[in-house]
Design a protein around this ligand. Structure first.
Ligand code: BTN
Length: 273
């Protein structure tokens, strides 16, 4: 498939219309999140962007590795300076990014993405984008939130199946045609700018919930150091927690963790209390 060019000049001209205070672009970086964290410490203003064509030490959630091959993917991080209102909703920045990626895939390509709680973006039940949000703190208040987004664009961006914890796909595999990475990046940034002012609103939760993956299906939420929790996926609550219903009919609220689909054979039956 023909691959659209991405270099510093095409990136800057492609994003020229957007209110971005500063952009740093690299052909290769260890991790755009690491650079954005360092830049935030040096005073990068709100909505500064770091983008790289490839990453040699890309990081995923739960200390996992995230592979970004050159010419094939989008890997970028934003430095956000949360307003006083946003500090009440810090956990919602990563679903905000999941929503922005989903809306872009819908509007640009007519695809039907789902959001696997809390923020992975799925196409055809396979992961197409991952999000890593990290905060830096000044005492009790968040000084910056680094919102890192990785999108598999070309098929070559998808690691081999044996390296995957969850099945993955790419935007081009799902559309069947070549995709301009800069147009996709521009659209995601536009959606972030449009939805950020209503972070935590009823409209925000509705948009997230409408795209929630695996509703009604049996899932297991794995949290490091804790027993995995199993249940049927019901909804998200107003704090962004995931609500499951266990086999006794009791609702369980999950604040953090990694979601896995399970089969009937995996269900541990618990006695009704
Ligand atoms: C995940 O699904 O585990 C999250 C993956 C996040 C990857 C992105 S790529 C851009 C940014 N830089 C990183 O090192 N990670 C994030």
């Amino acid at each position: 498939m023909y691959n659209y060019l991405m270099d510093e000049q095409t990136l800057r001209s492609g994003l020229a219309e957007l209110p971005l205070p500063a952009i740093q672009y690299f052909d290769n970086l260890p991790s755009t999140n690491d650079l954005a964290l360092a830049w935030a410490d040096q005073g990068a203003p709100d909505f500064s962007l770091v983008a790289a064509d490839s990453q040699s030490a890309g990081r995923g959630r739960l200390n996992r590795r995230w592979v970004t091959k050159g010419g094939a993917a989008l890997a970028f991080s934003l430095v956000l300076r949360p307003s006083l209102r946003e500090t009440d909703h810090l956990a919602l920045f990563s679903p905000l990014a999941g929503l922005a990626v989903s809306l872009s895939l819908e509007k640009l390509f007519g695809l039907r993405p789902n959001i696997k709680w809390p923020n992975d973006v799925l196409l055809s039940r396979k992961k197409v984008a991952g999000i890593l949000a990290e905060a830096t703190w000044a005492g009790q208040s968040a000084n910056a939130v680094i919102l890192g987004i990785g999108i598999n664009v070309a098929p070559s961006s998808v690691p081999p199946a044996h390296e995957l914890l969850f099945p993955a796909t790419s935007v081009e595999q799902e559309t069947g045609h070549a995709v301009d990475r800069i147009s996709l990046l521009r659209s995601v940034l536009e959606e972030l700018l449009a939805w950020r002012p209503i972070l935590g609103s009823a409209e925000f939760f509705q948009a997230w919930e409408n795209r929630l993956a695996f509703r009604g299906e049996w899932v297991e939420a794995r949290q490091s150091g804790n027993e995995p929790l199993q249940g049927q996926l019901v909804r998200i609550d107003r704090d962004g927690n995931l609500i499951l219903r266990d086999n006794t009919g009791k609702e369980i609220s999950i604040t953090a963790g990694d979601l896995h689909l399970i089969t009937v054979d995996d269900i541990h039956l618990r006695p009704v209390e």
